[in-house]
Ligand binder design. Structure first.
Ligand SMILES: [Zn+2]
Length: 175
């Protein structure tokens, strides 16, 4: 595959994983020319996971969009790229699992999924994401979320904290 960084066609697959719905495979690749790492997917084309927006409109699930929102919430937080990627992978897997039957998932469920996962990873990012996602209109709503930090999220994540949540626990050496 062509490296999005330098355009070289030589790469090696460093990780390959079947997603939770069993219908797509995610491959982590490394460019042999410049070392850039990127992700590719192999999936059945006719069945993209659809996100049901408010009002019933459907649009295809977009990993990049999810990732952008998460990166924004984690801006300047001490969280490694690897942890962010693991988080996005985790949410993508959960979404695929949830939407397995009808091949679609309400955007509200997706949002709550992000909140639950961010809660385990970084409380500041959790509050940031909640404030954007829930579009707080009053200070009271904001304070309610802050208060919840002492009690855990409304819908606790079923899975335990991701192993890479500790930014010091991986050998990424991003400093
Ligand atoms: Zn390259």
């Amino acid at each position: 595959m062509r490296c999005p960084h330098c355009g070289s066609d030589d790469d090696k697959v460093i990780d390959s994983r079947t997603l939770a719905n069993g219908e797509s495979i995610r491959r982590r690749r490394e460019c042999l020319s410049c070392g850039f790492r990127f992700t590719s997917y192999e999936r059945i084309e006719e069945k993209p996971l659809m996100v049901i927006k408010r009002g019933g409109r459907r649009e295809p699930f977009e990993r990049q969009k999810l990732e952008r929102g998460i990166i924004r919430a984690l801006e300047k937080r001490p969280i490694s790229q690897l942890s962010i990627e693991n988080l996005v992978n985790e949410i993508e897997d959960q979404a695929a699992m949830k939407g397995k039957t009808a091949n679609e998932i309400p955007s509200s469920e997706l949002g709550e999924m992000v909140l639950d996962n961010l809660y385990s990873l970084d409380k500041v990012a959790y509050v940031r994401f909640a404030s954007v996602y829930r579009k707080f209109e009053t200070v009271v709503e904001f304070l309610e979320v802050i208060e919840r930090l002492d009690h855990g999220p409304e819908h606790p994540a079923a899975s335990p904290e991701p192993a890479a949540a500790d930014p010091t626990a991986n050998g990424c050496g991003s400093d």
